[in-house]
Each structure stands twice: as C-alpha cells, then as structure tokens.
Design a protein around this ligand. Sequence first.
Ligand SMILES: O=C(O)CCC(=O)C(=O)O
Length: 262
Amino acid sequence: MKLRISLAQMDIALGEPRRNLETLKTFIDAAVVAGSDVLVLPELWSTGYVLEQAEKFVTRTTEGIFADVSQLAQQHRLHIVGSNLSLLAENQYGNTLTWAAPDGTLLGSYNKMHLFRLMDEEKYLTAGDEPVMIATPWGQVGLSICYDLRFPELYRQYALAGAQLILVPAEWPHPRLNHWRTLLRARAIENQLFVIACNRVGQGGDVSFCGHSAIVDPWGDVLVEGGEEEGLFTADIDTTAVEEIRAKIPVFADRRPELYTK
Ligand SMILES: O=C(O)CCC(=O)C(=O)O
C-alpha cells in the first residue's frame, strides 16, 4: 500500500494550547497542499512540558484539544496523529497519543508506557500499561512516544504482531541528537519496518529540542529528515518494502526466541 506522510516539526509555545492550535492549522494547510494522507505531530504538541500545571489542560480523549483535532481531521480529510496531556481517571493524567481519522473517529490511542524521569514525568503522569497497534487503511501501525525509543522490546513486539509502520512523536532534546538519530535507524533496521518520527524544535524553559524528524525505511535509509528549524517534511511510503526487505534478510525466520532470556 502506498501513502504519503508529513511530519509537522513545530516549535511549541509552553502552556498555550490555543496558540499551538493556530500553528497546527498552518501545518495542516501545508500538508493538504502537499497531498498528504497522514500528518504526524510532536509529543505534547499543544502544551509542551507543563506537567506541574497538567490539571489545567487535561481532558478525556473525546473532548477539548482531542476533539478539536478530530474536527480538523474531518474538515481537511486528513489523518492527524500526536500526543497531548489527557485525563485518564480522577487525578490521573497521561501522555496520550491519538490517531484522528477523517471520518471523525479515533482509530486508537496509546498512553506512554515508559515515563521519562529527566523530565519528571513519573511525578505527574500515570504510565500506560499496554502497547497499542491500530488498523489503518494502510495496514497495522504500532504506537510509541519519545523515550519509548530506548526500549527495543516494544518495537520487536509490534513487529512480531504484524506492524509495518511505527510512529514516534517526540520532544527529544539536546545533547542527545546522536542517540535520537541512531536509535530511529536501529529500530527500523532491526525490525525491518518504517519508523515515522516527529520531534519538536525550539526552546522549552532551559531545554533545547533537536528536531531532525525523520522517516526511515525498513532498510534503514532515511526518506526525509528535518534540521533544527520548523518545517513540514513529507515522504511517500510503499509498505510492500517491508516484505521485500524481510525476504532479502530473513531476520524473523532466523530468530531463536527459545534461547533469549527476558
Ligand atoms: O530518551 C531521551 O533522551 C529523551 C526522552 C524524552 O525527552 C521524553 O521521553 O520526553
């Protein structure tokens, strides 16, 4: 299956969802002009890391900023994916990735499983406890967020369950650009699938975010990659590449799971 994906590598105004929503609208217009099927946004794109004020921003995934995105997806006939602060239960907040489809439905949502201590996530958020794979018109897609990228087990699980694409919205900062670029390529090569990663740019407090949003194919070739400025980055994907690469190097046939320890 062929699809066109755009990455909205944006700067984020801290704690200003209305302003960030306006930014999103400019990216949507650009993605529509580019003829994209799917627009991927960074992690926590509507607020940035204002976890100590999470109570002010959280809503259920059917309300608030999530509902605004669903409406935009419908209006522009575009699939839109990104994470926001969410209300999971009373006094329980999550970092939740949703996939909004053009028919106004959510194809799925995923709550970040690995909370990032360097950003105090574990103090304010409740970790997700299940991997989520969703059925899209282009096949199965595995969902992950930022720090999850350091846990190859999650990506292997998605690959074994039939994912052909894995999404990684992020707020990945300097000085770890080298880790970001290396791990994106590694997850794509070892699992022989597409890795679709959208990072933010700009400054959030004293943290500087490193951009370099990228789409990496199952061979590890980078189809598109941003720099450290705002921009929309678009690539065409053909999911048949997954089977082609797996036929060339049969990693999945050659696994020895009975010999691996947990
Ligand atoms: O793992 C890293 O270096 C960055 C992770 C991160 O910034 C996050 O999960 O928000």
